[in-house]
Write a protein that binds this ligand. Structure first.
Ligand SMILES: Nc1ncnc2c1ncn2[C@@H]1O[C@H](COP(=O)(O)OP(=O)(O)OP(=O)(O)O)[C@@H](O)[C@H]1O
Ligand SMILES: [Mg+2]
Length: 265
């Protein structure tokens, strides 16, 4: 049997809170090993959608398949087992202020793996290098810039080598230049490690050309899910309006795009 190219499939998801419908038949297939950005206006249900992927919310109707398994049917140990495949980075990052950068990154390994302390050290030091945090191991979170905190959060989310990484607005609180740097690092890291990445972001157009697919959530449905260049060429009036509204005078050459993938060694 050939493996489906989709790591996550949302099939006809409906969700209401009290009498307020939020998701009204969401269909979305998320490719394995690629970066999918979910965008849409505030209050459209992006965070609610991510919570369905994690099994934190159950749909009123529809299915959430993670590698073919319906997460809504799982409970207890089986649900926890499936969740170990996820890394999650929510808005606030939530580093532990009383722990150093090193200890923050080491935490999942110390709590959830059986690695010895010397093995933890090797792994954490490798991550520090990868995230360009070499000199910061002994610093505390309040001694870091916003961008550095995000990088520590990403390093920590990656420690258990998840298959799927979910980010909800990962650059909140950063200035535009820093948030672009953080995105570039996220994408370069994803390309290097190959996990499936789902990012909820308001930062269109910054994030636009870095994504493999962009899904637009609008009025309870995914109205389009396409590669950035397909979106730009789309004749669908809704997509055209979206592009004009959010992209404005946006120009990005392929040469610039290639630059975005150069990894800082
Ligand atoms: N647990 C809940 N109980 C009741 N209503 C909720 C709950 N979670 C979300 N909602 C409602 O669902 C709608 C979508 O919320 P959601 O947080 O997903 O929006 P969002 O697209 O992530 O917005 P933002 O871009 O501002 O983060 C909102 O109207 C919100 O009030
Ligand atoms: Mg949200």
């Amino acid at each position: 049997m050939t493996q489906s190219p989709f790591s996550i499939r949302l099939i006809d998801i409906h969700k209401s809170f009290a009498s307020q419908p939020v998701l009204r038949g969401v269909n979305l297939d998320i490719e394995r090993g690629a970066t999918t950005v979910i965008c849409g206006e505030s209050g459209q249900g992006k965070s609610v959608l991510l919570k369905h992927i994690l099994g934190l919310l159950k749909p009123d109707q529809g299915q959430v398949l993670i590698e073919g398994e319906d997460i809504c049917r799982l409970k207890g140990a089986a649900l926890n087992q499936l969740r170990t495949r996820f890394g999650v980075l929510f808005q606030g990052v939530a580093l532990f202020d009383s722990m150093t950068v090193f200890d923050n990154i080491a935490l999942p390994l110390r709590e959830r793996s059986r690695l010895s302390e010397p093995e933890v050290k090797i792994k954490v030091e490798k991550s520090l290098q990868m995230m360009d945090l070499g000199g910061s191991a002994d610093k505390y979170p309040d001694q870091l810039s916003g961008g550095m905190k995000k990088r520590v959060g990403l390093a920590r989310a990656l420690q258990l080598e998840p298959d799927i990484l979910l980010f909800d607005e990962p650059t909140t609180g950063l200035d535009p230049v820093k948030s672009h740097d953080v995105y570039r690092l996220f994408f370069a890291t994803q390309k290097r490690l190959g996990y499936t990445s789902v990012i909820v972001s308001h930062d269109i157009p910054k994030i636009f050309n870095l994504a493999d697919k962009i899904a637009i959530l609008h009025q309870g449905e995914v109205r389009a899910c396409m590669a950035p260049d397909e979106l730009q060429r789309s004749l669908d009036p809704f997509v055209r309006e979206f592009i004009i509204r959010v992209m404005g005078e946006f120009h990005h050459s392929n040469a610039e795009r290639a630059q975005d993938f150069v990894f800082k060694e």
